[in-house]
Design a protein around this ligand. Structure first.
Ligand code: SF4
Length: 457
């Protein structure tokens, strides 16, 4: 996870407040920290970063008064490295060719190998993030311009990266050759924007022009847009299916598809495949709600918003520790007793990752008098870790990896449990199956066997 946002004004208008707003719209992609970076008139890189939500980490009024016409920003959810302050992005450096700052969404799967290679040649790392290898790779090519060094550095990386990069007089966006994570380009007047999701473009009043192609490097300067390619063998797209299931906001477009409509279709397909005898369907807020509406519509069940989410609480999946996640479930969700008592419920959730939320919710619903609870999951069982930017590092943590469906149903205390199939997921997304990553469901990481090995460069 994580979200990146960038803005560049060709006529020199200040953009930092808009970067703040963009991050605000991307808050769902990371709540641990937020930061912005820009290059000042003295050619020095500047950053403001803090921990917590965007409005706590950054001061909108302060940012609006800074005359930066090009800037990047980041909201963080740690997938590589811890959540300490040194890992808060954008990561920035003034190296021999000039200032550079990087905001990264994804997970560089060969970062450990690259880091070892660089440390053996004298590099001293300041953080434990995978992103920092990009800065060092650039610094190890002092004979090249910043842009050439960046392009060559990206060629050496494996895994997932959607990047916003601030260079002197330029904003650069880049997407890994598989296109795991989304990255969109927008424009309003003379300002170009790059954003992890199109919903943030809406907030700043920008029109979405297009998404970056997998493997594309887009350079934005006062002359306009220049598109380059990461110099590797062309690869097919391998877009993360979980963006549609859970991560992305429903008001975003990814690969030309409305996340909302895909999510609703997941619910419809789930109803066709796994109907249940309940008399009411409800969704686990927020990301199960839309699929629940689709489930109810298709199955003819009444739809009730029977579980209320405290809108001021965060997303449980992206809390970094199990203890906080456990507390998070209770803090954020509460069923409406009057809608639950005596009811046989179809409860639709987007996924079962660790099983914590489902178990707690089933317990709560029973306490509130539900007669039957049929859990319906709008994605296939998550049985494998993700190495492309999602924090599921071990199989032991994944409920569906340690238990089969029947055992997991008993573990969470439900009367029945059913999942969507991988075929239904891919068909609902509407892309060819070979262009959609479903590795956390299937365990098939890459067609060519390239997984997550730590490769030397
Ligand atoms: S493994 Fe799962 S979460 Fe990771 S990129 Fe693939 S589909 Fe997305």
């Amino acid at each position: 996870m994580c979200g990146v946002f960038g803005a560049f004004s060709a006529s020199g208008n200040p953009v930092l407040e808009e970067v703040y707003l963009g991050l605000y719209a991307l808050q769902h992609r990371g709540q641990e920290s937020a930061g912005v970076a820009w290059i000042d008139g003295e050619n020095q890189i500047r950053t403001i970063k803090g921990q917590g939500l965007v409005h706590l980490a950054l001061n909108q009024a302060e940012l609006s008064g800074i005359p930066a016409s090009s800037a990047i920003g980041h909201v963080r959810y740690s997938t590589a490295g811890g959540s300490g302050l040194s890992n808060v992005q954008p990561l920035a450096a003034n190296y021999c060719r000039g200032p550079v700052a990087i905001a990264h969404n994804g997970n560089i799967s060969n970062a450990s190998g690259v880091r070892r290679y660089l440390e053996n040649r004298g590099a001293i790392f300041q953080s434990t993030t995978d992103t920092e290898v990009i800065l060092h790779l650039m610094a190890h090519q002092p004979h090249k311009t910043e842009l050439d060094a960046l392009v060559d550095s990206l060629r050496k990386l494996k895994g997932a990266f959607s990047l916003a990069v601030a260079l002197k007089d330029r904003l650069v966006a880049a997407r890994d050759p598989w296109g795991f994570r989304p990255l969109a380009l927008g424009k309003r007047d003379d300002v170009y924007y790059i954003s992890s999701e199109s919903c943030a473009l809406d907030l700043v009043g920008a029109e979405m022009i297009r998404e970056l192609d997998p493997g594309e490097i887009l350079v934005i300067d006062t002359d306009g847009l220049h598109s380059l390619r990461i110099p590797v063998e062309p690869r097919r797209r391998y877009l993360c299916s979980f963006e549609f299931v859970y991560f992305a906001r429903p008001d975003s477009l990814i690969a030309g598809q409305s996340v909302y409509q895909v999510r609703k279709e997941l619910g419809r397909r789930l109803a066709r495949r796994s109907p249940c005898s309940g008399n009411c369907a409800t969704g686990m807020p927020d990301s199960g709600t839309i699929a629940a509406m689709g489930y109810a519509e298709e199955s003819g069940l009444a739809y009730e918003k029977a579980i209320v989410r405290n809108r001021y609480s965060g997303r449980t999946f992206i809390e970094p520790t199990q203890r906080v996640r456990e507390l998070g479930v209770r803090k954020k969700l509460n069923p409406i007793r009057e809608l639950i008592k005596g009811q046989s419920l179809a409860v639709v959730d987007d996924s079962i990752v660790r099983g914590t939320t489902s178990r707690k919710m089933v317990e709560l619903l029973r306490n509130y008098g539900a007669s039957e609870i049929h859990m319906r999951i709008s994605s296939p069982p998550v049985r494998f870790p993700c190495y492309y930017g999602i924090d599921t590092p071990t199989r032991e943590e994944l409920a569906a990896a340690r238990s089969n469906e029947e055992a997991l149903c008993a573990e969470i205390g439900a009367d029945s449990l059913a999942y969507l199939t991988e075929t239904d997921l891919v068909e609902a997304i509407g892309l060819p199956a070979c262009e959609v990553c479903t590795a956390c469901f299937s365990g098939s990481y890459m067609e060519d066997g390239e997984k997550y090995e730590e490769l030397d460069i």
